[in-house]
Design a binder for this molecule. Structure first.
Ligand code: FES
Length: 580
């Protein structure tokens, strides 16, 4: 290929030359430097596949990144390409202060800009822990370079005193038992060694597993690529195939915009409902779709929810773990069951359609994915609520809630913020009983900041000791996909912006009706107006400079995916799901 032919778009090592004002010199210099690492001209003339390496000592969920990179490289070279791995930010859920969500958009910017800045014809993105896959998909969608998402895969389950355990639904269950004095110090220490039995992502249908399934439903993860556990040979094979496929996509020009279409997002929303996926999934899907110019229509999504049962029997909605779903055929078993409700003509990274991929999958008897006739839960996992407490909406994971509490009116017990809750929730003097509704304010996108997973308010200790397992809890925050309970989340607009949640007082009556999809504060509009007149907006802490300043200025509300306003396209092109 002529090195400076203006008609031919530069490929491989010639792409995106550093700007020295002399392109010939820029290429000469680039090649001179990379030859310092021992590359030949033959290698440098090949299709380049970048590999986003998010391995980190702080991220055990990505502990298999070295093996995955080796396998991706093998796949790229088998197809005649040149693999080059590069680091980006890595975010591990429990190692991110104030919360991983605060860093998701930063990681998406890092991913997008490194894809743009460095010469690569395609990219394989290695992600896994909750916010990493959404960040990578957001960034890569904006960069629009051919890409394959490769997830690290779920951890194995462990055993505790004869019982199978896995992060992190069981982490919460055991901690709840410890708080309720049902297990002692020795046992909580003992189980801490058993909950995470290997590297990899959480072993239930938490956010990581949800995003892996969503990636496959979108067609951007290799077919069959969502479910193999991190330490299995199947996971390594998927890595090799991902590398090989990336070369093919680079050569055929299969860019994300041809895969991440309206139909693909509808398929992904359907899958989110049918797997009993994490509530975080809807925020992340909204953000990814937003990058492609699609607004998620939450009311249309709710209508979809009424006709899409939960089919996957995984914790926290059911009883199994990700490794069981893998043995049951993985997401493809779910997709086959959902087939009549899917857009089968949506394209995947293989260049074939979803329908063509499903035709190639054998069916067999298994007991993890249910049939439509015998679902785990008769409707979709997530319901969208509206009312005077949440004018722009809120959600509840109905498949993991107490059916009795889903129709409930009670007295509000209000916590102004996380610190207030931590200080008082276990106070023996706290005026609270099991029928009350716990309200936590100021944990929204701006309020905390970063919308932490603090929406899973603990049951006050005195009630936990009395055997109370669930209460209605309401906040503008999120909760972990591994958590369960009658928990209303993502109340929008958030309290820190003066949404009605900011005006709730102790003793107010609140009514939740999931059947009616409503969340109502039983206080008159006049009274709320008076309260609003006296409301003082909290001053964001540490927002004078840096990323935090950018975050406070740019972060959108949950209904826009909490993306930064300036990262979304100037104009949206459609609403998804399409209304009939
Ligand atoms: Fe990383 Fe759960 S903490 S996936």
């Amino acid at each position: 290929m002529p090195e400076h032919d203006p008609v031919i778009k530069p490929q491989g090592i010639r792409k995106g030359l550093t700007n020295y004002g002399d392109t010939g010199f820029a290429l000469f210099l680039r090649k001179a430097f990379i030859k310092g690492a021992g590359y030949t001209d033959d290698a440098l003339n090949r299709t380049i596949v970048g590999i986003a390496n998010t391995g980190s000592g702080y991220n055990p969920c990505h502990g298999n990144a070295p093996q995955l990179i080796e396998a991706v490289k093998r796949g790229v070279m088998m197809a005649g390409g040149l693999p080059i791995d590069f680091p980006t930010i890595s975010i591990a859920e429990s190692f991110s202060q104030p919360t991983s969500m605060y860093l998701r958009n930063l990681m998406s910017m890092d991913t997008e800009e490194m894809i743009r800045a460095q010469p690569m014809d395609a990219v394989v993105l290695i992600g896994g822990c909750d916010k990493t896959v959404p960040a990578q998909l957001m960034g890569a969608a904006s960069a629009n370079v051919p890409m394959v998402q490769l997830v690290t895969g779920a951890m194995l389950t462990g055993g505790h005193r004869g019982e199978r355990v896995g992060a992190c639904t069981d982490c919460r269950r055991f901690w709840g038992q410890y708080r309720g004095d049902q297990i002692d110090e020795q046992e909580i220490t003992e189980v801490n060694d058993k909950l995470v039995a290997s590297v990899g992502t959480c072993s239930v249908m938490g956010t990581a597993s949800t995003m892996a399934c969503i990636g496959e439903a979108l067609g951007i993860v290799m077919p069959g690529g969502a479910s193999p556990p991190a330490v299995t040979s199947d996971r390594i094979r998927i890595a090799e195939l991902s590398g090989r496929q990336a070369v093919i996509m680079a050569r055929s020009g299969l860019t994300p915009d041809k895969i991440l279409t309206e139909k693909a997002f509808e398929n992904a929303l359907r899958v989110l409902l049918a797997i009993g996926g994490s509530t975080n999934g809807i925020i992340h899907l909204t953000a990814i779709a937003g990058r492609m110019g699609f607004d998620i229509d939450l009311e249309a999504f709710d209508r979809m929810s009424r006709e899409t049962p939960v089919l996957v029997d995984l914790k926290p909605s059911g009883q199994h773990y990700m490794e069981d779903l893998h043995r049951a055929g993985g997401l493809q078993t779910v997709l086959r069951e959902l087939r009549p409700q899917l857009h089968l003509d949506a394209l995947t990274v293989t260049g074939r359609t979803l329908g063509e991929e499903l035709d190639a999958v054998p069916s067999f008897k298994q007991d993890v994915v249910r049939s439509f006739a015998n679902p785990i839960y008769p409707a979709g996992g997530i319901a969208f609520l509206k009312g005077n407490l949440a004018p722009d909406g809120a959600i509840i994971k109905q498949s993991a809630a107490d059916p009795v509490l889903m129709e409930h009116e009670g007295r509000a017990v209000v916590f102004e913020n996380s610190e207030d809750m931590a200080a008082r929730i276990d106070d023996p003097e706290l005026d609270v009983n099991a029928d009350d509704i716990l309200v936590l304010k100021n944990i929204g996108p701006i309020g905390a900041p970063g919308m932490p997973e603090a929406g899973y308010l603990p049951i006050p200790k005195k009630l936990a000791r009395a055997g109370v397992k669930d209460m209605v809890r309401i906040s503008d925050g999120r909760m972990s996909g591994t958590a369960a309970g009658t928990i209303v989340l993502h109340v929008t607009p958030e309290a820190a912006l003066g949404g009605p949640l900011a005006l709730v007082r102790n003793g107010d009556r609140i009514r939740l009706s999931v059947a009616e999809r409503s969340i109502e504060l039983k206080v008159s509009a006049e009274e709320l107006e008076q309260r609003k007149a006296h409301w003082v907006r909290p001053v964001p802490q540490g927002a004078e400079r840096g990323y935090r300043k950018l975050f406070f200025e740019q972060v959108t509300q949950a209904d826009k995916g909490c993306d930064f306003e300036f990262l979304r396209p100037p104009q949206m092109i459609a609403r998804v799901p399409a209304r009939d």
